[in-house]
Design a protein around this ligand. Structure first.
Ligand code: UDP
Length: 224
């Protein structure tokens, strides 16, 4: 039985996921591929791994194709995941071997938990979560589907993060309470280094300390 593994996205994050995948499944470079639609020359090699475009990967002879989507843009991630499932691939989760996970932590399918991530107690996480290096999630947090953490996100306890939210590098999210969790709405974006002290409405981008909605107009006025 021929089993192949692939990382969708041969860019920066994909290369960071490669060592995790190899270690987790004890893989050599054989039967291991990147899928990338922008690098379609037949001879492309990234970090010693062949890069195939999707069609070429689809045409590959194998009994089982395991794929992890290592792309930070959650909408692209969702579209590609749907396409992969429709085409009969298996979506897999990848976890670094040095993550810390306490009691009652559930993580949905096709997630990537990078090195030094800490998930403490009683945490529920949806599908296709990406937690980049050094991020943490505190107790009683509830995280939706297709949520993305850049490196070193500090998400304190009793926080709800809805689907497709993106949390930038080094952002700090204040803890909520059991009766009033702090909520980051669906599709919201938290800028790099932001200090989030209150709820962020769905679709809104916040930046700064304390984090406030980002407005291009306010920024233009500041520059004058
Ligand atoms: N990509 C792809 N198919 C798509 C969308 C993206 O193959 O439909 C690839 C893209 O060519 C790039 C990678 O995925 O090489 C995404 O990399 P990006 O620089 O956007 O992000 P990062 O590596 O930081 O996640």
């Amino acid at each position: 039985m021929k089993i192949v593994y692939a990382i969708y996205g041969a860019s920066g994050y994909g290369r960071e996921v490669l060592p995790l995948l190899k270690r987790q499944f004890n893989l050599s470079n054989e039967n291991l591929f990147f899928i990338d639609d922008a690098k379609n020359e037949s001879a492309a090699i990234v970090n010693s791994i062949p890069v195939l475009n999707y069609q070429r990967f689809l045409n590959l002879e194998a009994d089982c194709k395991n794929v992890v989507v290592a792309i930070a843009n959650s909408r692209i991630r969702e579209d590609l995941s749907k396409k992969l499932i429709e085409d009969g691939m298996q979506l897999i989760s990848v976890e670094a071997d040095n993550i810390v996970k306490y009691d009652e932590v559930s993580i949905g399918s096709s997630s990537i938990i990078s090195a030094f991530v800490t998930l403490t107690s009683n945490i529920s996480i949806g599908e296709s979560f990406q937690a980049n290096i050094y991020s943490y999630v505190g107790h009683d947090c509830v995280i939706g589907d297709y949520v993305t953490f850049a490196p070193a996100v500090k998400c304190n306890g009793n926080v709800i993060i809805e689907d497709h939210a993106y949390i930038g590098t080094g952002a700090i999210i204040k803890q909520g309470t059991p009766s009033r969790p702090l909520r980051i709405g669906a599709g919201a974006i938290v800028g790099m280094g932001a200090v989030v002290t209150k709820d962020v409405p769905p679709g809104v981008t916040v930046i700064g300390n304390p984090a406030r909605p980002f407005s291009k107009e306010a920024l233009r006025n500041e520059r004058k």
